[in-house]
Design a protein around this ligand. Sequence first.
Ligand SMILES: C[S@@+](CC[C@H](N)C(=O)[O-])C[C@H]1O[C@@H](n2cnc3c(N)ncnc32)[C@H](O)[C@@H]1O
Length: 251
Amino acid sequence: MTRWSVRAHDTGFGYVSAYGAPLVDLLDPRPGERVVDLGCGIGVLSAEITARGAHVLGIDGSAAMIEKALAQYPGIDFIVGDGSDFTVAQPYDAVFSNAALHWMGREPDAVIASVREALAPGGRFVAEMGGAGNCAALTAAMSTAWREHGLPEPDLPWYFPTPAEYAARLERGGFVVRLLEYFDRPTPMDECPDGAAGWVRMFAGSLLRTVPTGMVEPLLRRVNELAAPALRRETGWMADYVRLRFAAVRR
Ligand SMILES: C[S@@+](CC[C@H](N)C(=O)[O-])C[C@H]1O[C@@H](n2cnc3c(N)ncnc32)[C@H](O)[C@@H]1O
């Protein structure tokens, strides 16, 4: 289900949560509200929402993430669960999700259905995820490098929908879409000194497991060569992120 490693997330990509702070503002949690943080990772944003007075249940598919979250934030509830089939005992006021729904793309309608079930009527679904075109230069470099090395097309694990597609899914799934933004967010790859190669190791490490050991380094060198013209600036590497951010309300 999930391909995340706690170590990589913890040491390398703290910025994932840092970029999520405006999303907490969009959620605008009120004291006493009950909020699910879906795909909560190690719980950094769950803690931010809790600090605003809401009661948070963090759910993540990775037991290692949840273990870390529980250790770090003992006052918050965290459980292991899959976004496509989690259930809660009592309805929640809101489901929040940062940078996680694109990892749950094999069954987007099942995720939306689970979120709906978890919400009281009028409950909010506020999320940000990768949108269509997200990491296009990075993934194109991967495809070319894989092909040049005689490897099958990499089976990329992400789901990056267009705004129209995701809005239609939300509406079919019983939500009214109140806000939907689709924007470029070039993101400094500060934590990836070796650029696109480091990004692939961090975010698509599972794909490297099927690559013969001796081929990994030349393959990643080639990814860097191919991605550099689009993504390497004088100041360092920039990831070509495109985000989809929405706020929807359960009918
Ligand atoms: C980029 S991290 C984001 C973590 C956190 N929301 C943040 O902003 O720091 C994506 C998270 O989604 C989780 N995830 C991926 N697939 C999932 C699934 N099917 N169900 C629940 N969580 C999943 C991963 O384990 C990972 O912790």
